[in-house]
Design a protein around this ligand. Structure first.
Ligand code: SF4
Ligand code: SF4
Length: 264
């Protein structure tokens, strides 16, 4: 079904309004406090790029070409990652740590108990299987691999300096998504009214937009810091749950397209 730019905007707005069902009766709780916690995790100056990268992350479909698993220099794993993967492989945590991980390259508080997968630079990840092709622990892969598409690859500082989202080099999945956004931008050029509305939409104080931005930020936290962190923040807000990816995709697409418009 080919929607006009106007219809896509309406669909996105409807999707944002539908998110209200996650909000408890009486409204969100501890809002300022939770926002403050989020600001500590990702500085607010990077928010537009963090949100856009989170939106793109939801929309892209990784084609599992394996490039990331071959070229990434090192893969950090948290203790939660290790537990989950060890269970999946039917190994004890100790066995998994000894056979598949090594100490983290960095030391100190920031790293905590995180380790690295036993992958050497220039070698494929031990879980990469070229016959699949892809990851043989796909459903339990480390959090950094889940976030790899945009959130761990992006450099927010570069985004801020260049006022645009950094592209993800030589990735067919990324190219397809960018082409979809470029196509939408071209169609918008033929509908000045819709274009002008979209330009102002995410800057507006509409309640559904504010809720969407907050929930997209929460989703970004889930992708970047893991489901436990996001679930905790959602509980503090009194939300029924962290939104599903599908619930954010339609408005997320508009958000991703808007970032391009703002550069014009
Ligand atoms: S390069 Fe793109 S398609 Fe290939 S594994 Fe990485 S994210 Fe997926
Ligand atoms: S754990 Fe899986 S997704 Fe992550 S680098 Fe290894 S093969 Fe790729």
């Amino acid at each position: 079904m080919n929607l006009s730019p106007r219809e896509e905007i309406d669909r996105g707005i409807n999707a944002m309004q539908a998110l209200q069902r996650l909000v408890p009766e009486g409204g969100l709780k501890n809002l300022e406090k939770v926002k403050g916690e989020m600001d500590e995790l990702i500085s607010p100056e990077f928010e537009p790029y963090f949100l856009a990268n989170a939106a793109l992350h939801l929309l892209v479909v990784c084609e599992r070409c394996g490039r990331c698993c071959l070229e990434e220099k090192g893969i950090a794993v948290s203790i939660d990652d290790c537990r989950r993967i060890a269970r999946y492989l039917d190994l004890s945590l100790k066995r998994f740590m000894m056979d598949y991980t090594r100490p983290h390259e960095l030391k100190g508080e920031l790293v905590g108990s995180a380790r690295m997968l036993g992958k050497k630079e220039g070698e494929a990840c031990p879980f990469f299987d070229s016959s699949l092709p892809g990851c043989r622990i796909y459903s339990v892969k480390p959090q950094v691999c889940t976030a790899a598409l945009y959130l761990s690859k992006m450099n927010l500082l570069t985004c801020e300096e260049q006022q645009k989202i950094v592209t993800f080099p030589i990735c067919s999945a990324d190219e397809k998504l960018r082409a979809r956004i470029a196509n939408y931008s071209l169609r918008l050029d033929e509908d000045a009214e819709a274009k002008s509305e979209l330009k102002g939409l995410f800057e507006s104080a509409r309640s559904e937009v504010e809720l969407f931005r907050l929930l997209l930020r929460l989703k970004g936290m889930e992708i970047y810091f893991g489901p436990e962190k996001a679930a905790l923040l959602a509980r503090r807000l009194g939300l029924a749950r962290v939104p599903e990816d599908e619930e954010l995709k339609e408005a997320g697409f508009l958000y991703g397209a808007t970032i391009n418009l703002l550069r014009e």
